[in-house]
Structure formats: structure tokens, C-alpha cells
Design a protein around this ligand. Structure first.
Ligand code: CA
Length: 647
């Protein structure tokens, strides 16, 4: 019933749109009739502009001096495909005009001149040789050094924020009348009111904690009926959701972050949009979406991408099926769709000065399209970074997607970074594992031993948890010692660490229902005026929460200036008796991390490590602020981690 209703609503919207078209056409006829031939052209333009034949052009602007010079403009408006666009400007040449089966669209191929200057380029639209609309397509001036923007690297620590749940910096945008969903803070899947202003207001907190990069869950318009807080069902690719703020505010976040030395990462979803996306309601082409715009569930069999035995039907059911019914699957094999999505990613990067992108559901997209998409971005911004989500438990699958990998099927990827799910699963399991053979630290040890599969193992995102799984503190059964051990591991092992907001104060609101999304993404204490607890000021936090917050602060700020952790070589020693240790080494610097997950303290004989520390006598124990001898034995307390800076 619900589905029928939704369908009816969609059809109604199309009808409504067609009515709008008719009214516009009629008004035009009226205007033409009424026009005095002596009337000035300007007056006519004013009249016709008030009709707004062209609803939108995407991308709405571009920048002068970019590498991407061949653009495709999507022109949308009721019954506009008989209009003849003309451009008379030395900066832009109109190469071709393409029509589709839907009369409400035109696609223009334009070429921006290599030596273009910032300019307002007029695109004139004619009907029967009469100018009926004009669009000012701005070629903006690029921010200084925009092309050299530095992506996130191993020197960074990423802070993942769910914008609806972090901080409500603007109470006035909580309830927007035109949007389909009303706020409801009593519902864990409802809108809670957090926004971009909330992130801007707390950049100093983020910085002080030692985080250097912010990844926001999607912030584009997500005008869905339910659970729109999570942002993963885009309904407008060029507009920030008004509950989160405006495009200009997002740009401000980009600028302010940069000023504070914090890099901004945008979450993008090229695989699908939301079923209330305006172009799903009125599709430009019959094959704009996979499966002829009709819902067909993906099989989620991602392994079909690599499987040398995979059947064609399995490959198709995985890649062309929809993620869920409310997320129509974009047909990226259609070159117009592909170009639309590529330009959109470049547009946001340039617009907000992004330092990178996190790509949702990476292997669900057409893989050749993802090659084009990442190539275009990395070509435009050579120092950029992009991290893709492939939730697989083995490096054999993950490594397939990394730039530089020589693959069995010849597939070439340009994706620099991947989320290291295999290590996350192996390490987190090991913390709560039994003590029998093959269990415990053997798992992360073995996962890291497979790093030879990666062309660039340092470019992996390492994390204890994220917005899609149980909170880390929940995962370790609220054992604070195991929790700390985990944080040390993720902050010192190779890769780029990422922590989810609230981990720094032991948030585990999903303890009774581990992994429940609405609960996992709970409000950050202090983010709303009625909160009694405030993690930004420390007010009413428990002693334990305060202790962990300072633990994070110390660890991350230490990491910030430690090149040996960013780029040092990793040497690991096979775990014995569930004591696992590894070194990070760079030039004359050496850091030794030792993890003991036993319920008793252990004495580590340093003799076994002479290949690295034979000449060394002392080390600085960072977490206990203590200088210790490493000549013979090191005592490692039960369920604890040591970070030793070898002198
Ligand atoms: Ca708000």
C-alpha cells in the first residue's frame, strides 16, 4: 500500500510538472502576442526571465583555469528542449546540443578555453529566433593554490561526524516547512537538529583534541520521508540540506577549517540517489537509472567483481540492483550520467576547498565508471585523497581497488585509499577473543602480514568503528583497558586513523542493542542547549570519560608531530603469550608499541628484540611519563599498552 501511494505521489508530481509547463507555454504565447516590436530587447528578456523557463543548469557555474575544460551542462525546465541555446563569448564555446526522450532536458557540451578568465558567460536561449531566457554561467576565479590542495595523509587523524547528531549550532533550521520530515529528538531515527554551524562552532575543540581532518556523513539535500538525518539518499546533488545549512555555510566550514589546519572530507554517493530526487521523479532518459527506473534489489554479492568464476547474471544482479527501494541505482554506464557525477565531485571539491572525499558503497558502482571518476579527480588535484568503502574481510578483495594494483583481470583503479575493514575486524575480534590457538592477536598479526597485496599499505584508513557498526566501547564490552589498548593500536599502526565522534568520551549508547544505527549515532553531549553533560567543556562528564578524553588528547597531539608514526617503517613481532609488539622506525627515531591482553602482567625479555634495539638502553614510556631501562626485562601490566620512544 505504502509503495502504491509513493508511486501515485510520483506520478502526481510529474503531472503537476506538466501542468506547470503548459502554463509557462501559454504565458509565452500570450507574451509573444503582447510584445510590441519596438519594445527593447532588455525589456523582453526581463519579461521572459520572470517566466523562468530554465529551472536549473548543472553544474551552475565553473572556474577559470581548471584542467577539466570539456563540460556537460544539464539544462532543466518545462518543455525546454526545443529552445536553441547560443553562447557568444571567447571563454566558452558551445560544441553540441543533445536532446533526450524527455522534453524537459537539454544537455549542452561546452568547451572552456585553456586561457579562460573569470567571467559571466551569458547562455541565451532562443525559440523561433526570439530570445526567451538567459542564464549567467559564471566562470569563477579559483582560490589561490586550489589545484595543489593537499589531501588527507598518514600525518592526519580523521574525526568522523554525523552532522545531525554532533551539535545544533542553529536552532532556526531544525524544522523546515518545505521538507518532508519533521524533527523528532525522541526518535533515534528522527531528525535531531545538528548542523554545519554546530561543526563550525566546535572546530577549536576538534583541533585541541588533536584531530586534523573532519569527515562529515553526507550533507547534501536529503528530502526523504523517513530517517533523512543520515543523509545517504541525496535529492539534490548541488545543494546542501537546509536542515544542515546552505552551500555558502559549507564553504565557510571549508575555509575556517583550513585556517585552523583542519582538512575537510566530503562523503559522496555516486552509486545511488534518493527516490525523491527531482530527476528520479522526472528522469532525463529511460536508462538514467539501472533496471529501467524500476526497483530491483542488489544481491549484495560484491565478490562477483573479482570472482573469476562469476556468472553474468550474478555480476548484473550485484552491480545493477538497487541498494534499497528508496535509493535508485544510477546507470553510470550511460556516459551522460557518468559525466554528470564526475563534474559534481569536482565542483564540490573546488567550491568548498575539500581535502578529500569518502566514497560510499564503492563496489556497488560500475567499476569502469569509478576508474573514470577517481581519475578525473586525481588528475585535477594531484595531491588529493579519496577513500573508498568496500566492506570486505580480506585484503585480497580490498587491495583490488587500490591505485597501482596489478589485477588478474587487468582492472585499473585510481582510488588512493581504502577503509581497512579486514584489520578492523581482525583486531577488534582479537581483543575479546579466547586464548586458544589461532585466536587473539594472531588475527591482526596475520592481517598485517597480508599487506604485500597492497600497492600502498600506508594509504589505508584504520578505525575501531564508524557510523555503521556498534560503538567501539560496546564492541569491547565496556572494558576500559581493552578500549585504551585499541585506541593506542589504531593511533600508532600504519595507515590513517579515523575515530567516530564521541569515541573520545567512551560513548556507547548502543550497549543494549549493539550496532543499532539510530542509537550509535546519538547526540554528542553539549551539542544541544538542554544537555546536562557537555563534552566540549567537560561539564558533568564522569571521571572515566574525562580520563579517556585527556588520553585521546595526549595521544593524538603526540602523534601530530611524529613523522615516525606517519611514515615510519613497520616491523612486527609475532605475538607470544598474547603479548604483541611492533616498531615504527624512521631515520634515527624508533617507537616500540607493546600490547598485553592477558589478565595478568607479563615480563617481556628484550633479548628477542636485539635486531632492532641491541645498542639501546633506555626508552621513554609515553603513556606513563616515565623513563625506563630496556636492557633486560620490560613489565607490561595486564590488559595494557605501552608506547616506548627508544632513546
Ligand atoms: Ca539546527
Amino acid at each position: 500500500m505504502e509503495k502504491l501511494l509513493e508511486k501515485f505521489t510520483d506520478k502526481y508530481l510529474v503531472m503537476k510538472n506538466n501542468m506547470k509547463n503548459l502554463i509557462k507555454v501559454l504565458s509565452l504565447v500570450f507574451l509573444f502576442g503582447a510584445c510590441d516590436s519596438n519594445e527593447s530587447t532588455d525589456k523582453k528578456i526581463e519579461d521572459f526571465k520572470s517566466l523562468k523557463l530554465i529551472d536549473r543548469i548543472e553544474p551552475p557555474n565553473w572556474w577559470a583555469g581548471m584542467k577539466t575544460l570539456e563540460l556537460q551542462l544539464l539544462v532543466y525546465g518545462a518543455g525546454i528542449n526545443d529552445l536553441v541555446p547560443r553562447i557568444n563569448n571567447s571563454n566558452i564555446e558551445l560544441k553540441s546540443i543533445n536532446k533526450t526522450e524527455n522534453p524537459n532536458y537539454l544537455f549542452l557540451d561546452i568547451l572552456i578555453s585553456e586561457n579562460s578568465n573569470p567571467d559571466n558567460v551569458e547562455i541565451d536561449f532562443y525559440r523561433d529566433d526570439i530570445l526567451v531566457d538567459r542564464y549567467n554561467f559564471e566562470l569563477k576565479k579559483r582560490e589561490e593554490n586550489a589545484k595543489n590542495i593537499e589531501g588527507f595523509t598518514t600525518s592526519d587523524v580523521m574525526y568522523l561526524i554525523t552532522p545531525d547528531r554532533f551539535a545544533n549550532g542553529d536552532l532556526s533550521n531544525d524544522d523546515i516547512e518545505e521538507m518532508r520530515e519533521r524533527p523528532d529528538r525522541n526518535n533515534s531515527f528522527g531528525l535531531h537538529g545538528g548542523d554545519i554551524q554546530g561543526v563550525i562552532n566546535n572546530l577549536d575543540y576538534i583541533k585541541e583534541m588533536g584531530f586534523t581532518t573532519v569527515w562529515l556523513n553526507p550533507v547534501l539535500e536529503n528530502n526523504m520521508e523517513r530517517a533523512s538525518y543520515h543523509g545517504y539518499s541525496t535529492t539534490d546533488y548541488y545543494k546542501i540540506d537546509p536542515r544542515f545549512g546552505t552551500n555558502e555555510l559549507f564553504k565557510e566550514l571549508g575555509l575556517k577549517s583550513k585556517e585552523m589546519g583542519i582538512k575537510l572530507v566530503m562523503d559522496m554517493i555516486p552509486n545511488h540517489c534518493g527516490s525523491f530526487h527531482w530527476f528520479f521523479t522526472d528522469p532525463p532518459m529511460l536508462n538514467w537509472f539501472n533496471n529501467q527506473n524500476e526497483f530491483k534489489q542488489t544481491s549484495h554479492r560484491r565478490e562477483t567483481v573479482q570472482d573469476i568464476y562469476a556468472s553474468e547474471i550474478d555480476k548484473k544482479e550485484h552491480a545493477d540492483g538497487w541498494f534499497v527501494e528508496t535509493m535508485p541505482d544510477l546507470n553510470q554506464k550511460n556516459p551522460i550520467v557518468s559525466k554528470y557525477l564526475i563534474q559534481n565531485a569536482i565542483w564540490w571539491t573546488e567550491f568548498a576547498g575539500l581535502a578529500g572525499i569518502r566514497v560510499d558503497t564503492y563496489p556497488y558502482s560500475d567499476k569502469d565508471f569509478m576508474t573514470d571518476w577517481t581519475y578525473a579527480l586525481m588528475n585535477e588535484y594531484p595531491n588529493y585523497n579519496i577513500v573508498g568503502e568496500e566492506w570486505a574481510d580480506t585484503p585480497t578483495i580490498i587491495s583490488y581497488w587500490q591505485r597501482g594494483k596489478v589485477n588478474h583481470d587487468g582492472y585499473v583503479s585510481y582510488l588512493p585509499t581504502l577503509m581497512d575493514f579486514p584489520l578492523q575486524m581482525a583486531f577488534n575480534e582479537s581483543l575479546t577473543d579466547g586464548f586458544r590457538y589461532g585466536m587473539g592477536f594472531r588475527k591482526p598479526y596475520r592481517s598485517l602480514a597480508s599487506d604485500f597485496l597492497y600497492p600502498d599499505p600506508n594509504n589505508l584508513l584504520v578505525f575501531p568503528d564508524n557510523h555503521d557498526m556498534a560503538r567501539f566501547f560496546t564492541q569491547v564490552n565496556k572494558d576500559i583497558d581493552l578500549f585504551k589498548m585499541g585506541i593506542v593500536f589504531y593511533a600508532t599502526i600504519r595507515g590513517i586513523p579515523q575515530f567516530y565522534y564521541g569515541t573520545e568520551i567512551l560513548m556507547s549508547p548502543d550497549e543494549k542493542r549493539p550496532g543499532n544505527h539510530g542509537l550509535v549515532r546519538t547526540e554528542f553531549p553539549g551539542g544541544w542547549p538542554d544537555h546536562i553533560k557537555n563534552a566540549f567543556t567537560g561539564e558533568n562528564l564522569t571521571d572515566e570519560e574525562l580520563e579517556i578524553q585527556s588520553f585521546f588528547k595526549k595521544l593524538l597531539n603526540w602523534r601530530k608531530n611524529n613523522n615516525v608514526i606517519h611514515n615510519g617503517k613497520l616491523i612486527q613481532f609475532a605475538p607470544k603469550d598474547e603479548v604483541y609488539s611492533y616498531f615504527r622506525i624512521l631515520d634515527d627515531k624508533m617507537v616500540w608499541v607493546i600490547l598485553n591482553r592477558n589478565n595478568s602482567s607479563k615480563i617481556l625479555k628484550t633479548e628477542r628484540f636485539t635486531e632492532l634495539i641491541s645498542e639501546k638502553k633506555f626508552a621513554y614510556d609515553l603513556l606513563n611519563d616515565n623513563r625506563i631501562s630496556i636492557l633486560d626485562d620490560i613489565i607490561v601490566e595486564k590488559k595494557s599498552a605501552l608506547i616506548l620512544e627508544i632513546e
